[in-house]
Design a binder for this molecule. Sequence first.
Ligand code: FES
Ligand SMILES: [Fe+2]
Length: 467
Amino acid sequence: MSDRSLAPASGGTPDTSILTAAELDSIRRPYRGARLLPRRAYHEPAILEWEREHVLRRDWVIVGRVDEAPDPGTYFLTELDGEPILVVRARDGVLRAFYNVCQHRGTAVVEERCGKAVRFQCPYHAWIYDLEGKLVRAKHTEDLDDFSFEGYGLRPVGCATWQGFVFLNLDPDAAPLADQLGDLHQHLGRFEFQDLKPARTITYDVAANWKFIAENYSECYHCPPLHPQLNKLTPYDIGGDYAPEGAWQGGWMELVAGAETMALDGGQGSRHGRPPMCGMTAEDERRIFYYVVWPTAFLSIHPDYLLVHRLIPVAPDRTTVICQLLFEPATMAAPDFDPSDAIAFWDLTNSQDWHVCEMQQRGTRSSSWVSGRYSNQEASVHAFDLMVAERYAGLPFSAARTIRERYDVPPPMVAPMGQMDAGAAFAGTHDAAEHDPHEHDHPTTGRGSHEHAAARTTARSKATTPH
Ligand code: FES
Ligand SMILES: [Fe+2]
């Protein structure tokens, strides 16, 4: 990460964090001794305000896809934390973003949600901006004091692209997107998602805090009871997590024999002949990959499609979730293309997840719940909470996270709380896996945890390979 990310996010010392030092300390321990984020992190308006200012307005956030503005002059409107933003591809082919706000009297310059233009004319008094955001006409301003067209162009917003996603950043001093992604681009570098097209977009209004939804996405501990359909296709204990270097976390799960993809009818033939996406290896075709891309996006890579969730925090107890299934254009052009079973599968799975997240939001309103504990299936939830806590504390992302390289092996044992402080405990535990006394051979794969030490606590600087 950049120097910027190493600086306290709140502009002061960690003492200025939105959480107390004791609260932060209880999260920033090895997960067996750690506690979840405190109750108020999911309920207090002041904490969401802090997150808006220090996360949504400082970090790179996915807001759309490059194919929404494919050619010079094409544009689309979007929002980031309520800011109205115009994303346009200029004549030089570069995608740029601007606040969709006229610098005269503040009118929205563009009304249509998407389209093609040669210039943008404000509907109020007809000030005109070119595709690069420069003010090129403003009648009756020639005798103003201290006024020039150069000083009154559309205000720019940081805009960058990766794998067909459009990222925006409201912070003019933001470090480059690559600093935030870390080594994620290496993990996904073999894929070519830039040409994928959405076959279906579903928007959900979920009565839960955005972090509950991200935590839910981060684990499959809940899959056997909550997602019998999903757990049948990818059992919760066959897979593994990666050691991230950057603001992300992710892992993979393995399709059982006979299953082709995640779809409602599951098994053989469930891809309906859809070919693998570009860049898929034979091993990839047997796996579903799940990535949390900090702060608010989830990418779920299937053999034949990409599932994308984007979270838009609306209130402490309310989140808009935009869910898209994207396919290769050639796959979609096939006359018998029918993704309805994949859409139905994820609509069902989403609904199951939103239901428990909403129940959790309601339950955690109670003063009887202060903060919970992590099971040995939830090191990845702890990893997400560490990213949150480190943002809260103004510290660099995750000096160390406990990684389960295989889900049938418990995370490594580290010194219990009290014997060393959190930082020291993390620092000394690379490859410190210990075998679980209940280790077993998996009934499907025959792989046992005795084969190799497959889980560890890792520092961000640890090198890793995607698979
Ligand atoms: S507000 Fe845009 S031209 Fe007057
Ligand atoms: Fe789930």
